[in-house]
Every structure is written in structure tokens, then in C-alpha cells.
Design a protein around this ligand. Structure first.
Ligand code: AGP
Length: 609
């Protein structure tokens, strides 16, 4: 949520920062801004030059003057928390003397209190943001160095931040700090970058250093150093980003959402690669840090995530119950952390997150660890906060997901859960034959995904058929229910059509009252032991003149239309049944002219409460 990018070196900084902002725009896109250090005149420090604009990065780009030269700068793309999107509230923020500039991700919890204190002392605020208090605190700090000034200011601040600071009197450096919001340094040849996300760096360098919470860094063109907010030096070992710059591009597709849906066969192949052990009909998951004896001791599993990751966790819980026979359930992390949960030493907790940054999930992990629980992470972004905070876990290897709406990561997360459930099952009571059956099913997935994607034209035609709906119902039972929930979330996020998901069995307890021709239903109808029950639910809808689109393994007579998907093992069917509905949501939104990669009011990583 919000993107930061900064550069210090010898190149013209404005084009570099604007390009970085374009790559980070998926993190927030209601306003943007850039500040650079101008050339120093004889004996005088270079003044700061700033441009800000409400709207997208292209609006900012149009406002940047031709003469905007400099080799050091910081920039920001915003997702509003304090104050509406506007030029004034856009970052960077400057002090009264135009000497200090700050860009900030996160939320300063005690901003109102600090603002009142600073105002009483005569400070005039130009924006409604929480960030501006930091600028004035740094400007007023008495210390001699920029590092000390920032440290002094941060001592007053409660909350989360990833910040980058420029100061006209210290124009050979950028000072950055992290607490709860990611900050990554990019190490170049006689140039340094900083960003909130490697996406902004990989076009220039793949050598990165990820700061820890409580860490700061000073970047100069030729070197960098890291230290804690208390001042002690830390050791920073650069690592190499796994993905090439092209992985962050659209690769010939019109939207990232389409690209990411299309990549799913390869992505699933990747999460399976090198993990299957045919000899024992099981899988190896290197980073779990949970040996067989410990795995046998697990009495319950609680999965925590938000949004799409929560839905993936719901399917994960079913897979664990089915394959390992361990009671498991999923809960929104955002609710869990506020209900003073009973933390049981025999329960294994699993935090699920694409970004590895979602604040509600991270806070739940921290609370669990504080209470002595063991927490594993199922995460996509390598080295992210949740991955680092967890005691172990597995990466889902979906590759960079740029569209705000999650698709390929959902699929890979569910596959990762299938691997984990199989691993636990084979340590416990799952037979060799069943282990082999699941492994064979997993191996069939990439080809079956390609088969579903090859049906895109037909799905597009169906999307056009239902695009006039003002509201849609999604139903499924047991394995099909989380698929229905995720499909309904996809449709509302990207098309803004209202959608509800219900267990098919609950229809007659209330939602049936909504059914009429203008409220179509999407029914998830796998060929499993609940097939007849699902058919009965469709019958109930038909009897009320409802239109039905079924996703099934065979054409459903009761439905007006059926999207037929290939059959896998019953346990693995949910992985495939959601994929055509990703395309359905995509084509519905496309037909309605929606801004598919950047839906209104949303941002990719929700790093605030
Ligand atoms: C997915 O389409 C959503 N935009 C959203 O629900 C997302 O899944 C949620 O915010 C959790 O994000 P995470 O997986 O990065 O933790």
C-alpha cells in the first residue's frame, strides 16, 4: 500500500523515479509526487525541487517540467489513509524552509497528538496527512547529522513506517528507516536505489538488501551502511532477486490480470518442481522446520489470512482434514487478532499471504509468537516480513503478481496446501496408494489448467451473456464453497458487480428470497459425493426462475449454461474449478470497461489496519 522509490548516483534522476513509480503504481494510485536535490551553487546547498499530482503517475509525469535536473531524489505513489487524494496530501512532504522532504508508507498512530503539539509551537501544516508530522519533527531536530535528526524524530513516533528522507543541507545522501513497512535497498555500480518493493529495482539491479524492522540505512552514490534506530551498526548481506525484470512486465498481454491468469500452468509446475518424492509417495518441503515427530504431535491447525489468501486457506484446511485427518480451519487474520484468541500449544498456526506484508496477518503472527505458538508461513514474496517472522513454512513460487486482484497466487497457494497436507498425511495415516493417487493428480494439474484456459473464448461469450446482472449469487458445497467465495470476490473486485457467496445448502434458509431472473447464480458442481445435493439446489433456483451458470465436470441439465472443467481427484478439484471464474470475472470487467489492474479503492498490499 503506497510505493516508495529513491535514487542517488550519477544519472538523471527524474526519469528513473517516474519509471520506478510506474512499476509500483499497483500499490497505490490516487496521487503521486517526486522531489529531487537541485544542483548546488557555489557555497550554497542545492534546493529541493518538488512536483506532486492528484491521480495516476502519468498525471505527475505530465506536470514534471523539462528542466528538472538532478541526480538524487525520492518519489511516492499513494493510497490515501489520512486525508483525501489531493495535490496537498500527496507525498513527498516538505518543511517550511523547503529543506527536508519525506516519503512515507504506513501509519503514524500518534499523529494527531504530535500535530497538536507542533501546531501549538507555531508549525503550520499544509496537508491532512500523518506523514507531515515527521517532516516537521526532523526539521526541528537539534542533532548535527541527518541520521541523528531522523533518529530523534522517530523517537516521538508510534506506528508503522517505511520512510525515505532528503535534506538540502546533506545532499550527498538519502536516509531511510523501516518499522512495519518494507524498505529494500538496491545496490548498483556507483549508484544506490531504495524502494518499498523489488519491482521498482529489478530493471537496474538484482542485488538487494531488505531492512529489518527497527533498522535504518544511509545511501550515498558509492556506498551504503545500515544501523539500528538506536545507532548500532548492523550487517547487511545483499541477496539476489530471483526474478528478472521481464517477469514484472505485461509480456504482450493487455493487462497484468490476463497475463497472470494465463501463467498458471507454468506457475503450478513451479510449485511442484523438485518437491515430489515418488519413492515414499510423499513430498519434501524444505523450509518447514517441523520434523516428523513434531508433525505427529500437531492436534489442530488454524490457518490465518485475508481476502483471497483466506479463501485459499479455507481450501487448505479442507485438504488437511481430508488427507491428514487433523482438525483444521481458516479464519480471517483481521478478526482473529482482535478476539483475544485462545492459543493452544498443540495447535499449529499457518499464516497465508501473497505479499507477505499484509498488516493484519503480520500482527496476528506477532501476537501468536508472543504467546509462544508455532507459526508457519505460506507466502509468495521471498524474504517478506511474514516469511521472516514465521518459524518456517513454504513459498508458493507463483512469481511476481502485479494485478491488484490475485489469481495465480490463489491457485499456487492452494497447491502448496495440497503438498503440505500430503506431507502431513503421509507422516500420519494416509496410505501409500492414496499418496500416489494425489501425486498423480497434482502432476495432471498443469495440463488441465492449460485445457481450461484454452476455453477462454467460450468463457468470454458467457461473461457477455451475464454482464447485465446487477447482482450475482455464487453457491457451492463443502469443497465447492470456498471456490464460490473466491469467485464472488473476484467478480466484485474487478467488475464492481455485487456478488454473494453461500453454501448451496443454506439457500433455503434465506437467500432463496433473492432469486429471480435478474439475479443469476453461478453454481460449483463437482462430480463428487455431493453431486445430487448440488443438483437439488439448482432445481430450487430453477423453480424460482433463476438463471444458472454451472462450473461442473459434465453438462448440467438444470443449468442454463455449463463451463465444463477437467476432472481430477475429488480433493484437488477445487484447484481447477475456480480458474474459469477468474476468466469470467476478467471478461465481465473488460466488457464493462473497468480499470482491471487497478480497481477503484483498492491496493495490492494492505500494510495498514
Ligand atoms: C485479492 O484479489 C485481494 N486484492 C485481497 O483480498 C488480498 O488477497 C488480501 O488483501 C490479502 O493479501 P495478501 O495475500 O498479500 O496477504
Amino acid at each position: 500500500m503506497c510505493g516508495i522509490v529513491g535514487y542517488i548516483g550519477r544519472r538523471d534522476v527524474a526519469p528513473l523515479l517516474l519509471e520506478g513509480l510506474q512499476r509500483l503504481e499497483y500499490r497505490g494510485y490516487d496521487s503521486a509526487g517526486i522531489v529531487i536535490t537541485g544542483k548546488a551553487a557555489a557555497g550554497k546547498p542545492g534546493a529541493l525541487k518538488m512536483v506532486k499530482a492528484k491521480g495516476r503517475v502519468r498525471e505527475l509525469e505530465a506536470k514534471v517540467p523539462k528542466r528538472f535536473a538532478g541526480t538524487t531524489g525520492i518519489a511516492h505513489t499513494r493510497w490515501a489513509t489520512h486525508g483525501a487524494p489531493s495535490d496537498e496530501n500527496a507525498h513527498p512532504h516538505l518543511d517550511a524552509e523547503n529543506k527536508v522532504a519525506v516519503v512515507h508508507n504506513g501509519i503514524i498512530d500518534n499523529a494527531s497528538e504530535l500535530r497538536a503539539r507542533l501546531t501549538a509551537d507555531g508549525t503550520v501544516f499544509l496537508s491532512e496527512t500523518d506523514t507531515e508530522v515527521l517532516v516537521h519533527l526532523i526539521a526541528r531536530a537539534q542533532a548535527d547529522t541527518l541520521e541523528e535528526k531522523v533518529r530523534e524524530a522517530l523517537r516521538h513516533v508510534e506506528g508503522t513506517y517505511g520512510i525515505a528522507v532528503l535534506h538540502a543541507d546533506f545532499n550527498d545522501r538519502i536516509v531511510v528507516a523501516r518499522n512495519g513497512s518494507p524498505v529494500v535497498l538496491g545496490i548498483g555500480e556507483k549508484e544506490m536505489f531504495v524502494a518499498s518493493d523489488v519491482a521498482a529495482l529489478v530493471a537496474h539491479t538484482r542485488q538487494v538488501v531488505t531492512l529489518d524492522d527497527g533498522e535504518m540505512a544511509t545511501l550515498k552514490a558509492d556506498d551504503f551502511r545500515t544501523y539500528t534506530t538506536e545507532g548500532s551498526t548492523t550487517t547487511a548481506t545483499p541477496t539476489t532477486v530471483e526474478w528478472e525484470a521481464e517477469s514484472y512486465d505485461m509480456g504482450g498481454h493487455d493487462t497484468y490480470m490476463h497475463k497472470e491468469i494465463s501463467e498458471q500452468a507454468d506457475a503450478v509446475d513451479r510449485v511442484l518442481r523438485g518437491r515430489i518424492d515418488d519413492r515414499f509417495s510423499t513430498v519434501h518441503l524444505g523450509g518447514l522446520n517441523l520434523d516428523a515427530r513434531e508433525a505427529r504431535g500437531v492436534r489442530r491447525i488454524k490457518i490465518l489470512g485475508c481476502g483471497t489468501s483466506y479463501h485459499a486457506g479455507q481450501i487448505g484446511a479442507q485438504l488437511i482434514e481430508e488427507l491428514a485427518r487433523i482438525p483444521a480451519d481458516a479464519e480471517p487474520a483481521s478478526e482473529f487478532r482482535y478476539r483475544n484468541p485462545v492459543v493452544d500449544p498443540d495447535t499449529l498456526y499457518i499464516a497465508v499471504s501473497q505479499s507477505g506484508e499484509t498488516y493484519d496477518v503480520l500482527a496476528a503472527v506477532q501476537e501468536l509468537k508472543r504467546k509462544g505458538a508455532r507459526v508457519l508461513g505460506v507466502v509468495n514474496v521471498v524474504g517478506s516480513a511474514i516469511a521472516r517472522e514465521a518459524d518456517g513454512g513454504t513459498y508458493v513460487h507463483a512469481g511476481p503478481e502485479v494485478c491488484v486482484v490475485s489469481t495465480k497466487c490463489f491457485t499456487n497457494t492452494v497447491v502448496a496446501f495440497a503438498l503440505f497436507a500430503l506431507h502431513l498425511g503421509r507422516i500420519r495415516d494416509l496410505s501409500v496408494a492414496d499418496g500416489k493417487r494425489i501425486i498423480d493428480g497434482l502432476r495432471r494439474l498443469p495440463e488441465q489448467i492449460s485445457e481450461i484456459l484454452a476455453n477462454e473464448d467460450e468463457i468470454k461469450r458467457l461473461a457477455a451473456e451475464y454482464a447485465d446482472a446487477k447482482s450475482m449469487m455464487f453457491i457451492g458445497r463443502v469443497r465447492g464453497y470456498p471456490v464460490a467465495r473466491e469467485a464472488s470476490l473476484k467478480l466484485k473486485e474487478v467488475s464492481y458487480i455485487h456478488a454473494e457467496a453461500y453454501p448451496a445448502s443454506e439457500l433455503k434458509h434465506g437467500p432463496l428470497a433473492l432469486i429471480e431472473p435478474a439475479m443469476p447464480t453461478v453454481a460449483i458442481v463437482p462430480d463428487d459425493d455431493l453431486l445430487e445435493k448440488n443438483r437439488a439446489a439448482m432445481e430450487e433456483i430453477k423453480a424460482r426462475s433463476g438463471r444458472i451458470l454451472a462450473v461442473a465436470h459434465q453438462v448440467q441439465e438444470k443449468a442454463d449454461h455449463t463451463i465444463v472443467v477437467p476432472k481430477n481427484e475429488n480433493e484437488l478439484d477445487p484447484i481447477l474449478m475456480g480458474i474459469p471464474l477468474q476468466l469470467f470475472a476478467y471478461h465481465t470487467a473488460l466488457a464493462m470497461g473497468r480499470d482491471i489492474d487497478k480497481p477503484r479503492n483498492l491496493a495490492k498490499s494492505v500494510t495498514v489496519e
